[in-house]
Design a protein around this ligand. Structure first.
Ligand code: ATP
Ligand code: MG
Ligand code: MG
Ligand code: MG
Length: 433
């Protein structure tokens, strides 16, 4: 029996006769030779059909294959330096598994709306395949990193009884007659986890009813939220930069072909693995912007995308912006020990205009301070008693952060828009397919 292999493993089978289950991606050639491009989900590959070798009937079958027809291909793998894949299969037999009607996505250019409407098919394309490989690698490397560092993976609930960070941007749903909300973050639960297990990370979907249309916001996105007991913010920053550098290096090590497809500059990516990342205070960042003609921003404002882009471009590396005004950050952040107006926190801004990828902070431990903040935010203290308990029973300094998976994927892939970083994106006007 001929051995069944995946395309990705073809180089281990040079000279052997193998069988591959695949879809036809493209077809070219004329006369007596036909080139077929296949994909099987692991990679793309070229097959060659020579009329004199396979005979008239098989050659006609090959010629009649339409895009996305599924087939079993049998043949011998050979090295071919001229082919962009490095290897090809000399086809001996083709067996059609499922025919394909006229395929809507052709190699020609399509508009974004059209492609988004056909996302279930668009995912089959070479570029989308490459982006999903990068996403998969970042997920894999995340588990590797935190497992090695002794973190416990802890799942936080998706359905929650209260708002974690305030009530704007919340998706509300009915929970047996009472309101419930889709989690915006796993943060507060991760803190409970850190008090129970020391070092934890949550990794799950989070939801925000983002009503603005930007290139960086989804309404459903995945977040990795590490939380560490007995850890200062300074120590957390070191974990953050080591983690981000590890993700970049892992993609460089394991997604070489995908990065080629995405035409991503690997030397540039490599430069992002050099640590430490530069830091700038919020105060200095405001001053930097004002000195450079941004008269639309004053101390106290949150940065918009042009601001973040300008700051990041001033460093050409991921950059930490430290100690934001208290008023624009979440209630649980630790107030600065010597300044009343800022909290101990940082955002990590990606280079090349990809914006904020991490938000992190040291957490407030003072119960009275937290009670005050909860009141100020208009939240119901009763709902947060469990959270305040974490301070009542053996409170310790602790810090953590959240990294947006799709922001990271978008940056590493060099994509313009976040919608391509998740298989089925959810945005203001998009909940289908
Ligand atoms: P932004 O300022 O870009 O709106 P944020 O400060 O509201 O982000 P955080 O609450 O700090 O976001 O969430 C932590 C991380 O989650 C962000 O640094 C970002 O990587 C990611 N993130 C936040 N909102 C979104 C979103 N709507 N879509 C995709 N990723 C997001
Ligand atoms: Mg936001
Ligand atoms: Mg922000
Ligand atoms: Mg943030």
């Amino acid at each position: 029996m001929t051995k069944v292999i995946s395309i990705i493993d073809s180089k281990k089978h040079v000279g052997e006769k193998v069988k591959i289950g695949a879809w036809v991606a493209n077809k070219s050639g004329k006369g007596k030779i036909l080139f077929l491009q296949f994909r099987d989900g692991t990679a793309f590959f070229q097959g060659v059909v020579v009329k004199n070798e396979v005979g008239e009937e098989m050659f006609q079958t090959a010629k009649s294959l339409t895009q996305e027809t599924s087939v079993w291909v049998t043949g011998v793998i050979r090295e071919d330096t001229r082919s962009k894949f490095g290897y090809e299969i000399g086809i001996e037999a083709i067996e059609v598994v499922g025919t394909s009607a006229e395929y809507p996505i052709t190699p020609k250019e399509h508009g974004t709306d059209f492609l988004m409407d056909h996302r279930h098919l668009w995912l089959r394309s070479r570029k989308q395949h490459a982006v999903m490989q990068v996403r998969n690698e970042i997920i894999r490397a995340t588990y590797e990193f935190y497992n090695k560092e002794g973190f416990v993976k802890m799942d936080s609930p998706i359905l929650t009884g209260t708002a974690a960070e305030g009530t704007t941007d919340l998706f509300e749903t009915d929970y047996f007659g009472r309101p419930a909300y889709l989690a915006q973050t796993g943060q507060l639960y991760a803190e409970a986890g850190a008090m129970a297990f020391g070092k934890v990370f949550t990794f799950g979907p989070t939801f925000r009813a983002e009503k603005s249309k930007t290139r960086r916001h989804l309404t459903e996105f995945w977040m990795i939220e590490p939380e560490m007991a007995f850890t200062t913010h300074e120590e957390s920053l070191v974990v953050q930069e080591r983690y981000v550098a590890f993700l970049v290096q892992s993609v460089l090590d394991n997604c070489d072909y995908a990065l080629d497809v995405l035409e991503r500059d690997k030397e540039l990516l490599k430069s992002y693995t050099q640590l430490p990342f530069p830091r700038i205070s919020y105060d200095d960042a405001i001053e930097l912007l004002q000195k450079n003609g941004f008269d639309d921003i004053v101390w106290g404002d949150d940065f918009g995308s042009p601001h973040e882009t300008f700051i990041a471009n001033s460093f050409s590396k991921p950059v930490f912006i430290l100690n934001y005004p208290k008023a624009i950050k979440a209630f649980y952040m630790k107030p600065h020990p010597t300044r009343d107006d800022v909290v101990i926190c940082a955002d990590l801004i990606a280079p090349e205009g990809y914006g904020e990828i991490i938000g992190g902070s040291e957490r407030a431990t003072d119960v009275e301070y937290l009670e005050e903040k909860i009141k100020e935010e208009g939240l119901n203290q009763e709902d947060y008693e469990w959270y305040l308990d974490l301070r009542r029973y053996g409170s310790v300094p602790h810090s953590g952060f959240g990294l947006g998976l799709e922001r990271m994927v978008t940056w590493i892939s060099g994509n313009e828009h976040i919608r391509e970083a998740i298989p089925f994106p959810r945005m203001l006007h998009r909940i289908f397919p």
